[in-house]
Design a protein around this ligand. Structure first.
Ligand code: ZN
Length: 214
């Protein structure tokens, strides 16, 4: 039987460091701890194959890839939406988030020592002060900051960040993934309609299952 999802583990080329495990995220909460996923990255087997192509490109350039999000349990997505009801930041429902289908990853390139390269912002635009502002209902500064997530964002003074952003896109797209125009950290599988939403039950025999296609 083919597994619905397979695990990506940290190794010489990939660093699994899920942002919703622990509290360094826009929610300031350990959501993946709460739902029983922890710091474990699962993806569709086809995504894992693509990541093997990515691995070759990383090695050629002596780079590593830090994975900040992979499969997201639908319940985790619902908790996230309840905490940050900001239109356009999280998909409006788990069904609409490719993370909940196991067909998306959030990533950032690192040097060979595992240090994140300079990018226009952190993954998700995360900064602790923005997360605190959002908690108080102040959205404006964060919304403006999220402009830095777009591929159209440009600054002559931050050429290095932009070059890294564009290099990451080239490596992942040449390997077969699809970029999202307003979030440089997010990549989807092509043909996303092929992948149903994946349910997660850490206590069950089948930890992952699809309701429509059991
Ligand atoms: Zn994402």
């Amino acid at each position: 039987m083919v597994n619905i999802l397979e695990e990506i583990k940290s190794d010489d080329d990939f660093i699994v460091d899920l942002m919703y495990c622990g509290t360094k995220n826009m929610l300031l909460q350990d959501i993946y701890g709460k739902v029983g996923l922890g710091n474990r990255c699962f993806v569709r087997p086809e995504m894992k194959e693509i990541l093997e192509k990515v691995r070759k490109e990383l090695r050629k350039r002596q780079l590593k890839l830090k994975i900040k999000d992979g499969y997201r349990p639908p319940r985790a997505h619902e908790l996230m939406l309840a905490i940050i009801p900001m239109v356009g930041f999280f998909a409006r429902s788990p069904e609409l988030s490719q993370h909940c289908h196991g067909s998306a990853i959030d990533v950032i390139l690192c040097d060979d020592a595992g240090k994140e390269l300079r990018f226009p912002c952190n993954v998700d635009g995360y900064e602790e002060h923005f997360a605190k502002e959002i908690k108080r209902g102040e959205w404006a500064a964060f919304r403006e900051h999220l402009e830095r997530g777009k591929y159209t964002w440009f600054s002559e003074a931050e050429k290095e960040s932009i070059d890294n952003r564009n290099l990451q896109r080239a490596i992942l797209e040449d390997s077969g993934l699809k970029a999202l125009e307003h979030e440089w950290w997010h990549f989807n599988m092509p043909n996303k309609e092929l992948y149903d939403m994946v349910e997660f039950d850490p206590s069950g025999k089948n930890i992952f299952y699809c309701k429509n296609n059991p």
